[in-house]
Design a protein around this ligand. Sequence first.
Ligand SMILES: *[C@@H]1O[C@H](CO)[C@@H](O)[C@H](O)[C@H]1NC(C)=O
Ligand SMILES: *[C@@H]1O[C@H](CO)[C@@H](O)[C@H](O)[C@H]1NC(C)=O
Ligand SMILES: *[C@@H]1O[C@H](CO)[C@@H](O)[C@H](O)[C@H]1NC(C)=O
Ligand SMILES: [Zn+2]
Length: 443
Amino acid sequence: MHPHQILVILAILAGLAYSLHGPIELNNAIEEPVTSQDQSESLRLKLRGVTKQLDYQCGPSYGSCPSGTCCSSADKSPVGPPTKEIPRPHIGRVPYGPQEIRSCTVPGTIALTFDDGPTRYTGDLLDLLDRYDAPATFFVTGINNGKGPIDDPSLPWAELIERMIISGHQVASHTWSHEDLSKVTPEQRADQMLKNEVALRNILGSFPTYMRPPYSSCLPGSGCREDLGDFGYHIVLYDFDTDDYKNDSPNLIQLSKDIFDRFLNAGNSKINSWLIIAHDAHEQTVHNLTEHMLKTSKRLGYRPVTVGDCLRDPRDNWYRADSTWVGQKNKKKTPKKGPKKSNVPQQVSVDGTCGANYTCLGSRFGLCCGSNNVCGNTTTHCGHGCKKEAGYCAIHVPPNGDAWDPVSPGGKAAKSEADSNVRVVGTAAATSLVLALIVAMWM
Ligand SMILES: *[C@@H]1O[C@H](CO)[C@@H](O)[C@H](O)[C@H]1NC(C)=O
Ligand SMILES: *[C@@H]1O[C@H](CO)[C@@H](O)[C@H](O)[C@H]1NC(C)=O
Ligand SMILES: *[C@@H]1O[C@H](CO)[C@@H](O)[C@H](O)[C@H]1NC(C)=O
Ligand SMILES: [Zn+2]
């Protein structure tokens, strides 16, 4: 083999190894406050540069790619009139940016907050919160993790967000594509907030006044806190972090429960209140940790409420209406009916079973016909496998389910931060390419 070829191959291997182990965290759910710039920062910026080039390579003339994989999802935009010109007065008594909010003010309240959703787990979380009659707050991201835009009607996210409102939860913003607001330009920062406003407005007719910065990063001196104040946002952090994103396995989640118990046991529900961060992007958070948090808070005398309620902010102040928006008002939702033309007239289910001849619509067992031919109202019935011909289906799971919820080779649900893995590989390839080119030019 020619020595030049060996050098090129070595460079490619070095690039791959470096990138795969390099400090790349483009879209992780890590919400630690960012306080110092470490020495890997310059490497990270370099790698970001490479990723940007890669993104640029998949512009319109290069064909299409699944959202959030190779084309930057930050560059995508929700459809519809901009919200930019809507006035943003600082109504109410709760402070807006540049001030940050780190705790609740009403004693005896506990505000559970869930970031990064909606995800495939959010329906189950809403079922659980319904069961406990426990309002919570969702900091919703517009397009992260390759899940597609939240307002895309062919995806399940919009209906989940509507359900949050109907069930008495608070919907707040966690930006459009989960960028670090301390590190982007003022224009990108505006984009991150305004695009998510448009998407949420497309779903709800209004958009939130509450937000949480991704990675809880909104550093003084970056202009972030002032900008968010100008956009009319309350910047919401937390009293303590459950670290649920680090402990998403049956073996580890006890650590998050221990953190929760330690804080709550140290307090007193007559005087204390809690503002707590978790993520509905994680399986164990939804199927294990949250019920523990609800049971423990109830046992210790706390009342679960939304962030707005734990700050005694009237509900009208949680959102800004877009009075020019008529999109949703015109197309009133009607529950999906059974098959239009069926020679067998469907009867309402009398025993809770459903299928070709029996519909759940109008039955006392729930409106959705699940994959097991039983009527019910939970995600198990209304979500994946729900039979549209025999009832209402609240959640239409997209046919390309893998695009928004990749399953790892082991079969276990993958980490929720789906697109970061894709990006790491993409970045590795790009870094190799750049290194190989440098070597080639140098010879
Ligand atoms: C829930 O968490 C506990 C540890 O707190 C663990 O033992 C159990 O296996 C978990 N349950 C599920 C269904 O993952
Ligand atoms: C539905 O009713 C038709 C006509 O009575 C019958 O032939 C068919 O087997 C029924 N289907 C089911 C699933 O019970
Ligand atoms: C199912 O939901 C509908 C609509 O919210 C409600 O009217 C009905 O009582 C519910 N049924 C059950 C069994 O929960
Ligand atoms: Zn987040």
